[in-house]
Design a protein around this ligand. Structure first.
Ligand SMILES: [Zn+2]
Length: 408
């Protein structure tokens, strides 16, 4: 960690045995000292000692007594979620969502701010700093109660250095987010690509809980994926693993923002909904969209297309269905490649629910490799629009509760 000062409680949690015990209490929510010893294979005196320390600093508390299996009823231990707080940021193309949460990722304070149109590295970092200052002030949490900052950033991220390597929506490169925020706030800071943060959030608090292998897909203007293999996020050699939107699906396809041609994003990204609708309207197709937009073409958005589909508009339903089928092709490729237990769909396009998800599932059912693969569970994100920001918070939680030795 490059931060010069780390809070006392953070340091305390960093011991491996403490992390192990803390994570066991977190996972079971309520557990006795004896059961912790059994689950962790630590000796009962070690457990008693460490639990004593954790109770002393207020991180763990004794709760009501559990079921007796003959003899004295055991005292159950639980994490005190209000012991300390975490800041999470979701840095999208147009806005930043910020939250302050407790140790169970319950949101205490939240804030969404628009980003200026013209940004350079400096002004982006200033905007992030400002929103963090505001959320700390609004949450009125004492500085020594803050544990760390997590950032879910769109584009390509070097998660080890905490640098945004390329942020396509801002057309910026090499933004030193971790170094800047650690220097300013003196708090350990973690930065991850937004789709990977979403996957982590779903794995800890959403529809990916307790699953070994999950793929979480973020379908917005761009399409990204977070791949969790054996409970760990998969980054690849240079952090581009999961750039699902740039999987090439059409040899002769349209040019993509990445410079290549026929990427999945060019046919199934959120922007294509609008493009396809406008094309059909231009060709004179009858649709409710025409009434609703009037003369203002800007009104044709994914949300309006969804609304019209709900009201029975044939073209809108058809456009969503097409998007679902294209996504289904991509998801089938992912299933054949990684064979996950479950695929979770999040991001703006997932709000259209069954209009998109049903045709997506249909394609997988028809085209995945084996009968079992065809039955792969495909669900919508549980955390919805909060997925990435809760995932950002989870980056900090993960470092406390289940540190990966390799990343230190
Ligand atoms: Zn591309």
């Amino acid at each position: 960690m490059s931060s010069s000062k780390v809070t006392g409680s953070f340091q305390l949690m960093k011991s491996l045995n403490r992390s192990l015990i803390l994570n066991t209490i977190r996972q079971y929510e309520q557990i006795s000292r004896a059961d912790i010893a059994k689950k962790t294979k630590l000796t009962p005196p070690t457990v008693t000692n460490i639990v004593g320390e954790l109770i002393e600093v207020g991180l763990v508390k004794e709760s009501e007594v559990g079921e007796s299996r003959g003899g004295r009823k055991p005292i159950l231990l639980t994490i005190d979620p209000n012991h300390s707080f975490i800041i999470g940021l979701d840095v999208g193309g147009l806005l930043v969502r910020a939250v302050l949460t407790d140790l169970n990722a319950n949101i205490k304070t939240q804030k969404t701010v628009d980003l200026p149109n013209e940004l350079d590295n400096e002004s982006l970092l200033m905007s992030l700093t400002k929103v963090i200052e505001e959320i700390i002030a609004e949450g009125s949490v004492p500085p020594d109660k803050l544990l760390g900052i997590g950032v879910g950033m769109h584009g390509i991220v070097n998660h080890i250095k905490g640098v945004s390597v390329f942020a396509p929506n801002f057309k910026l490169t090499d933004i030193p987010i971790k170094a800047h925020l650690e220097h300013r706030f003196q708090l350990p800071t973690f930065v991850e690509n937004d789709a990977r943060a979403l996957a982590l959030g779903e794995a800890w608090f959403g529809n990916g809980r307790e699953l070994d292998n999950v793929i979480c897909i973020n379908v917005g203007v761009g399409i990204g994926a977070g791949i969790i293999l054996n409970h760990e996020l998969f980054h690849g050699q240079n952090g581009i693993a999961g750039e699902f939107g740039h999987m090439i699906v059409d040899l002769n396809g349209e040019k993509c923002t990445c410079g290549s041609y026929g990427c999945l994003q060019t046919i199934a990204g959120g922007g294509m909904l609008r493009k396809r609708a406008l094309k059909e309207i231009e060709l004179g197709r009858k649709t409710k969209l025409t009434e609703k937009m009037g003369t203002n073409l800007d009104k044709v958005t994914g949300a309006l297309i969804h609304q019209c589909a709900l009201e029975g508009d044939e073209l809108s339903a058809q456009i969503l269905e097409e998007t679902g089928r294209y996504l289904g092709i991509g998801v089938t490729n992912l299933i054949n490649l990684f064979n996950p237990t479950r695929v979770i769909i999040g991001g703006g396009v997932s709000k259209a629910g069954d209009f998109v998800i049903e045709p997506l599932r249909e394609v997988v059912k028809q085209r995945a490799l084996t009968p079992k693969a065809r039955e792969t569970d495909i669900v919508v994100s549980k955390l919805g629009e909060y997925g990435t920001v809760i995932g950002a918070v989870t980056l900090v939680l993960k470092d406390i509760f289940s540190p990966n030795l390799k990343s230190r």
